[in-house]
Design a protein around this ligand. Structure first.
Ligand SMILES: O=C(O)c1ccc(O)c(O)c1
Ligand SMILES: [Mg+2]
Length: 619
């Protein structure tokens, strides 16, 4: 049996019953009840306790009890009275463990022995009612801000009903570790809270109260933290405690699902590292070995299909075939397949109804589609089945968090000849080698969920967040990439509705693929071979600056100018040449990219130039 999975009610939006119902429906075993959620709820603690039991949720803990220990009289006595009142509440709830967080009040005395005496007194009173107390060091606690200090006090208090609560955020945010935890007896580890966070240069209180994330969404070494706690013998619940402004505002089921997905994924990460006996969970099917994108599919209607086909034609694509039974066309250029789907009563038609011309699916080449599908399902991403005609192939698929279908194909699977009447003749352009990356524009509140989805289901690795200046706001970008670089998915968000990203998301009511970059070994030759391509115009100032920055010679610079190409270097031997198409019907656009010498980025310094050019073209 894996350790019980729990979530603090503070992570979720809505009234207390909404939170509890979502936690139960998604599959959590227990909850931490936050005092504020109870105080603001119009129902008795006994009713809340009953609701939890009816939903099959255990109440793992009640919290927080603040500013308790090492206070001068008369506050000390008053705090003990306050504790008795909370014990009453807990007994009505059916909660057995109270979380006491370290005192933040200026009045608290710098005397650990008084803190120990107070907590011992409190634990004695709790024990008389069959309750227990867990003590947690807040990173901003006045006298106690490290788990080792909290442990010294718990050790000195020496009461069986008093133990330690560990919270990954408070330890990792301070750059601290669990070194020394082996010295703490396992039975003194009462509770474990997990939270991740982005690395931010912010005071630790604001960072904790607004920017915590589920494990895997941020940049803290939460898996290592969990591993250390398990090695120390902890066997209680693993509980998510995330204070995040966006989570509190988001649909409750979505956030609950992300939370459970993060814990399932974390179990799996630990499983791969820790001695199996310490984490007795069934391993997930392994993450797929990825081998690039077989096709991208657009939802279109007849007029949009014709217009997009023509647009792609200027970029060197040709119609390589038509589906035998459906209104589906294959546009191809070398190793890139784009599918234009105008079939009524399909997932594509549904997408078109909602968004107009838009990407509705991507097909990934994976070593074992059945295993990839099983892993996705274990990580709470349901399978999807499109109706198929007789004799046609059924391709396993899942849905990304925005509803985009992700098909799973074995490399080398011959999907085209069966279903399509192919027309092989290709125009004379240097062939593309494949799809280099696919950029999605998301509503800001979706970014963390997408990061976790791609990281957990496909084993992609998140890169640090970048900030890109658009003339009308800031675009934030975080890329997920396969370890072998066969799949690269930058995710862009913008708080401004005026940026290219913000306009795309707000005008078309949601997330989706905003641009696709095609790989070529020779960008200048490719661009030269497609003279009708509607490329973005790049200002002369940009090329002057390139000359100054990189000292390129005249021939190189004029080749870039002629090709509307942007250029970047990585400081080692890598260079990047790329050009952008104009935007198709004010929606999505295409890019051609040439990577030289192991260049591994996306030309971020050029993003501002591209976005300014796009806003100029819009007029
Ligand atoms: O932000 C807080 O006050 C707070 C309260 C309880 C916790 O467990 C915690 O980690 C933080
Ligand atoms: Mg905590």
């Amino acid at each position: 049996m894996p350790l019980p999975k729990s979530i603090a009610t503070v992570c979720l939006s809505g009234a207390l019953p909404d939170k509890l119902e979502a936690a139960a429906a998604i599959g959590f075993d227990g909850v931490e009840i936050f005092e504020n959620d109870l105080l603001t709820y119009d129902g008795s603690p006994a009713e809340v306790g009953r609701l939890c039991r009816d939903l099959g949720l255990s109440i793992a803990l009640y919290q927080p009890f603040r500013d308790f220990e090492a206070m001068p009289e008369p506050l000390r006595r008053r705090n003990l009275d306050r504790a008795e009142r909370k014990f009453d509440t807990m007994q009505q709830l059916g909660a057995e463990l109270l979380l006491v967080c370290s005192n933040t009040q200026p009045a608290t005395l710098p005397e650990p022995e008084r803190a120990a005496a107070d907590l011992r007194e409190m634990a004695g009173r709790a024990a008389r009612r069959g309750l227990r107390v867990g003590y947690e060091a807040l990173a901003w606690g006045r006298q106690v801000s490290l788990w080792r200090q909290a442990w010294e006090i718990v050790r000195a208090a020496d009461h069986p009903a008093l133990g330690l609560v560990l919270d990954s955020f408070h330890t990792l945010a301070r750059g601290d570790s669990l070194a020394g935890l082996e010295a703490v007896p396992a039975e003194k580890l009462f509770f474990l809270q997990l939270a991740d966070a982005p690395k931010l240069a912010l005071d630790v209180l604001s960072w904790s109260r607004h920017f915590r994330l589920f494990p895997g969404q941020g940049e803290l070494p939460v898996a290592e933290f969990l591993r250390d706690v398990l090695r120390a013998g902890y066997r209680g619940p693993v509980s998510l405690e995330i204070f995040n402004d966006e989570f509190r505002a988001a649909p409750v089921r979505r956030i609950a699902r992300d939370g459970l997905r993060s814990l399932i994924w974390l179990d799996d990460v630990i499983q791969a590292e820790a001695p199996p006996a310490t984490v007795p969970a069934a391993p997930l099917p392994a993450a797929p070995m990825l081998d690039g994108i077989e096709f991208v599919e657009f939802a279109v209607d007849e007029p949009a299909r014709a217009a997009l086909g023509e647009f792609l034609g200027t970029l060197g694509f040709h119609c390589a075939g038509r589906h035998r039974s459906k209104a589906v066309e294959l546009q191809r250029q070398g190793g890139v397949n784009l599918v234009l789907n105008s079939e009524p009563d399909s997932a594509a038609a549904e997408r078109f109804e909602m968004f107009g011309p838009a990407v509705c699916a991507m097909a990934l080449r994976v070593d074992d589609p059945a295993r990839a599908l099983a892993r996705a399902q274990a990580l709470l991403s349901p399978a999807w089945q499109e109706p198929v005609g007789e004799g046609e192939q059924r391709i396993p698929a899942i849905r990304a968090p925005d509803g985009t279908l992700i098909y799973l194909l074995r490399p080398g699977a011959e999907i085209w000849a069966d279903d399509f009447a192919l027309r092989p003749e290709a125009p004379a352009v240097p062939p593309l080698t494949g799809i280099d990356h696919v950029v999605q524009a998301l509503a800001p509140t979706h970014l963390d969920g997408f990061v976790l989805f791609y990281r957990s289901v496909f084993g992609l690795q998140p890169e640090p967040l970048l900030e890109l200046p658009d003339p009308f706001g800031i675009v934030r970008s975080r890329t997920l990439a396969a370890p072998n670089r066969s799949l690269r998915l930058p995710l862009n968000v913008s708080e401004s509705r005026q940026t290219t990203t913000g306009r795309f998301v707000s005008a078309y009511a949601g997330a989706g693929v905003h641009h696709i970059a095609f790989a070529t070994p020779d960008a200048a030759a490719l661009v030269a071979a497609m003279p009708a391509a509607p490329l973005l115009d790049i200002p002369e100032n940009y090329y002057d600056d390139l000359e100054a920055r990189f000292g390129l010679d005249d021939a190189a610079l004029s080749a870039l100018r002629r090709g509307h190409l942007l250029y970047d270097q990585d400081g080692q031997s890598g260079a990047f040449l790329h050009a952008y198409s104009r935007t198709f019907q004010d929606r999505f656009f295409f890019e051609v990219v040439e990577r030289r010498g192991g260049y591994d980025q996306y030309g971020a310094p050029n993003a501002a130039v591209r976005m300014a050019a796009q806003s100029r073209h819009r007029g």
